[in-house]
Design a protein around this ligand. Sequence first.
Ligand code: AHR
Length: 636
Amino acid sequence: MKRKHLHTLGILVGSFAAIAPACVFAQAPAQLSIQLDKPLHPVSPMLYGLMTEEINYSYDGGLYAEMVRNRTFQDHGFGGLSHWNLDNKGTARSTIVFDGTEGPSAALPGSMLMEITAADTSNLAGVRNEGYWGMALQSDTTYKGSLYAKADADNLPLTVSLVSDNSGDTLATASIGSVSSTWKRYDFTLKTSKLTSSSTNHLLIAAGHTGKLWLDLISLFPPTYKNRDNGNRSDIMELMAGMQPKFLRLPGGNYLEGDFIDERFDWKTTIGPLVDRPTHRSPWNYQSSDGMGLLEFLEWTEDLKIEPVLAVFAGYALKGDHIHPGPALTPYVEDALDEIEFVTGDTSTKWGAVRAKLGHPAPFPLKYVEIGNEDWFDKSGSYEGRFAQFDKAIKAKYPNLQTIATMPLKRMKPDVQDDHYYKRADDFFAFANHYDTVDRNGPKIFVGEWATREGSPTTNLGAALGDAAFMTSLERNSDLIIMASYAPLFVNVNPGGMQWESDLIGYNAASAYGSPAYYAQVLFGEHLGTSVPTSSITNGNDRLFYSVTNDAAKGTTYLKLVNASSKPQPIKAAITGATPSSTATVYTLSGSTTAETNSITDPKRITPVKSTIKTAAKFEHTVPPYTIQVIVMGAK
Ligand code: AHR
């Protein structure tokens, strides 16, 4: 049977029988009972969300659509000039060095100095940038660029071009005109004609005159998601939208904290014009351009129509530096209050006005503020005191905000506690009942980072099964667990792009794809439901997991089944309290081995397949081996 793509996420339409292996019922039927008229508790409406940080080239070389790598010459290698190379044509002669004494702003006090000793209009002296493992170009597309430049004498003519690595052909070109002897920003556009899409291209900046030329903040963007300036890649945004997330935890992760306090995500240095952002080293060992600054994070939430969950720096850095609670911590607490005001304040407030001046007068919604990240690493024992100081100040100014602690506290009960889990699939199978018995009088739970770590660079089907087993427990316990976000979300799959194995979404310069675990997130996110009815299952195999949610307003019931065993699992279902529709839609994510996976060259090997089954108050159904299914039933 021919499979047909249903929509861009790659859900396939086909007969379920076409993908199910011949069913030899080696396992006894499991008995599933669902009592739709006996709701237990609501499903948390914010259950599934996103967590990202600058790791694995998530923003630079990833979501943030900037094409020029090391645009401000602050990368560590080659004296600051990594990813830049001389490109002198014919008799042209020049050298490049990093000049720490000349820059366009206080934030960027250094730049690249090009000394051109021989050049004319037929022999251009140039410098090229290789991009983030290439520069992906499409036909008939306009790329918007800008650079800061200064020459030692007025009127140094400059051109910028996009050039094919393989053929050397110029694919788009623009004249900057003449560079003046004071720092100025020059804007340009590069428009391609018909071409074969590829990422084996580079940016060339070339001069046809001798002299000294300083260059900085050289930037080039393709069309971005919702056409935002300084915006995001559309393909990666669309993959995230497909997960139907409800929130974004930002800006980390370790990236919030930094290895040292002065390498934290210092939000005030990430807002405003790019030329005023000094950039900073991320704990994942590369320089962050900070093009993805606080306002860009917030605009990302706006574009996906989701809420930020704001993590504020809480006085602890990864290598152990910490600030004791008390007066020394006060400036950090005030900084967090300023940050919350930047996010939520109206234009009459100091930081709300700053946000408005930057082009966003409307405040952003905010319910949750997380104080720190993984503070159990702070062996000084200062977290409880630090948390209390932040919490008191935040609640005094913003009584409606809920605060999140990053570890269990002994002396106070936070509103929410953030739990993190990185496990193998087996361990998640064994852990799937953990929250069933957790005290409901304690804090609400935010599972702010979690993932089954199997597969590299992106996760495989085995990981998707571990994830789905865990997600059934998140749904069942969503009276307690209010939010959960998988991590890490992104990886650039090029050599050297990955610092953390087993990620959800992979990409290179040209394309992006979802892992099998990504499609598990899509299936669960798309079929959340609003309440959890009473249900039970008996006689299933040890690797059978399920959850049932209901959406009474829609008259729809979602039955999620995870068979992580190697054998088909028959199920006898009995539904009471409402009459199920006679047919139901089934979304099936399945493969023949747990190692099966998607990749940049085979991006849709494992994707959901859509089919239908017959349903009734009592019906039988078999879940194939290594399979996640969502059965969507009408029920009145
Ligand atoms: O997700 C990768 C890292 O794992 C996060 O930065 C950190 O919070 C956790 O230890």
